[in-house]
Design a protein around this ligand. Sequence first.
Ligand code: C2E
Ligand code: MG
Ligand code: MG
Ligand code: MG
Length: 294
Amino acid sequence: SAKQLGRNHYKMFYETMNQEVVERLALESELRTALEQKQFILHYQPQVELATGRVRGLEALVRWRHTQRGLLMPDQFISVAEDADLIAPLGVQVLEMACRQIRLWMERGLPVERVAVNLSAHQLWEDDLAETVTEIMEKHGCPPQRLELEVTESVIMSSVEKGREALAKLHRLGVEVSIDDFGTGYSSLYYLKKLPFSVLKIDKSFVDDLPGDADSVNIVASIATLAHGMGKQVVVEGVETLPQLESVASCGCEIVQGFYFSRPLPPEEIERILSCDRRPFANRLPGARWVGTK
Ligand code: C2E
Ligand code: MG
Ligand code: MG
Ligand code: MG
């Protein structure tokens, strides 16, 4: 009967819900253990300067070495950490790892100019973020100009005045500040002008439609012109193919981060790439003639 069917549907729905809740609770308690046991690692993705093929910086991206489930990506645990109030301690561990790595690479003479670390909304709104960052940099002997902090456009625009103050505090520490996933939020250009930051990261969603989609080409070119006009650097995210690379280059973008050049890699592999060549990606640039570049 229809009633019976309804009841069964309800039961199925309930069981699915229940399973999700149980999964999430399990993940939450595993996250606590993971924080205690330091199961998180960072991978680093090169940001390539198109004029030279040199690595201008690296973005640090967190991964979780789960004891049973293997290597977990941020999409699989960041939101759980946020909901469970664990994003602050996770953020501290990420900053610690990045600063320690920066210092280690400096000591080894590796040409790593800067490392970008992602901040969550929760971290940005903490009153003592600037103090926390200062403490961690000092603890590891990491010069502020080697650290870049990424905040997404939507987080800042969710509360522009507060966002401006938070960015100003970071800016005063001497770290670079970048606006991540730009173009997906709803920035008023008026506020963009007032925000203290030095790098604009154009979101991958625009790059996905290059080079075929004329609107996306125009948007990327306009963002690049706007940012350069304000004296900001532009980093384009998510470039996967040579036609996309050629397209962003002709839009005036000067720094590219994407699978076309490299996926995010463990520190050992970054070291291998950076220690053998000052311009490791020169032969992948548009128009490169695949000759020796050393
Ligand atoms: P995001 O900050 O925008 O980082 C870029 C993401 O795009 C990374 O995914 C990177 O692997 C991916 N990506 C880069 N180039 C390409 C490409 O050419 N093709 C494709 N398909 N993807 C590309 P990932 O590592 O999975 O990180 C996802 C998001 O998780 C990040 O987006 C960031 O919002 C967040 N996240 C990562 N690490 C941290 C962290 O330490 N703390 C916080 N709060 N969030 C983090
Ligand atoms: Mg980022
Ligand atoms: Mg991004
Ligand atoms: Mg993103």
